[in-house]
Write a protein that binds this ligand. Sequence first.
Ligand SMILES: NC(=O)c1ccc[n+]([C@@H]2O[C@H](COP(=O)([O-])OP(=O)(O)OC[C@H]3O[C@@H](n4cnc5c(N)ncnc54)[C@H](OP(=O)(O)O)[C@@H]3O)[C@@H](O)[C@H]2O)c1
Length: 338
Amino acid sequence: MWTKQKLHEILCEPSERLVEDMKRLDGDIMILGAGGKMGPTMSILAANAFRKGGIDHKVYAVSRFSDSSVRKELEDNGVNVISCDLEKAEEIAKLPDVKNIVFMVGRKFGTDGGEALTWGMNAAVPVLVLERFHDSSFVVFSSGNVYDLPEASSGGSLETDKVRPIGEYTQSVLARERIFDYYARRYGTKSLIFRLDYSIALEYGVLADIAKKIVDGKPLSIENSCFNCIWQGDANEYALRSLLLVDNPPKRLNVSGPETNGVKATALKLAKLLGKEVTFEGEPSSNAYLVNCGECHKLMGYPRTSIDTMIEYQAQWILDGGEYINKPTHFEERKGSY
Ligand SMILES: NC(=O)c1ccc[n+]([C@@H]2O[C@H](COP(=O)([O-])OP(=O)(O)OC[C@H]3O[C@@H](n4cnc5c(N)ncnc54)[C@H](OP(=O)(O)O)[C@@H]3O)[C@@H](O)[C@H]2O)c1
């Protein structure tokens, strides 16, 4: 039986390879924007890896913590919690000096009509943080959608491909990347730009979005015909392990699972497990947002959780009455409107 507690336990269980990498990491870890979908379990995962490896380093989780229950869960699991508004330089000034930083604060939804706030969060906040922390090393969350839409048959965009972000959210994410490039030149700041495509954690994600359409009996668009995704626990492990791969100039890394998943095929598998019918609308386009993650898997190995396991987890989560947190990925969006 799935419960939120069971989900978090699985997401926060460190692998041996994470523990071994954390033994090689010099210094504490600070996670900025830790109060969102990925940050809480990443913070606890890091604390668990330190504990399991007998490593005497601290994990700091920094966010505004609008959800106070998140704060308690983190504290109960040995994470040092710091409430901080990262839009305010005077609050950033008070943060502890930490060598390794995961930068995951950002804004996506509400960009249409709230463009200034999105640019402020994604392009101005990095400047405030880097003015204070340019001597630290960063893993910087970005998106696989900074590339142009590649042909579905191409196997996905490579890190060496040209960027051509569509829409203001993705443009502001590219601005975030460029700010880190600038500080690398100016101060020698090392970083790794973590171009993530679609983390899955049952309460949200592409699979949850597809399953919701099935459960609601609504037609599913197959215009964006395929997608990549990765289990949140694996994505969080890659992010922490990437702290060992920072570089100057900043290294780009596509991060997702190894499969190119068909929307239609995935929906049919989910529908069967849910005992429901699924209907489709639209015609598949020849291109789709896809990233090639060969470099990530070469450097850090394949993710632990396969796509079929995620699909089974997702269906059972719904059958067990699990929550959908209503933060849709909009994976079907092709014009950059969020
Ligand atoms: N999830 C994915 O599949 C995915 C895919 C590609 C890229 N990304 C990017 O990866 C990052 C992490 O993903 P996520 O899904 O965990 O994002 P998320 O749910 O949006 O979490 C980001 C968190 O940052 C915190 N924050 C916002 N404004 C802040 C401020 N002024 N000061 C301090 N903290 C602030 C918020 O928590 P508080 O309310 O506690 O402050 C927010 O929940 C994001 O930048 C996202 O765009 C995610």
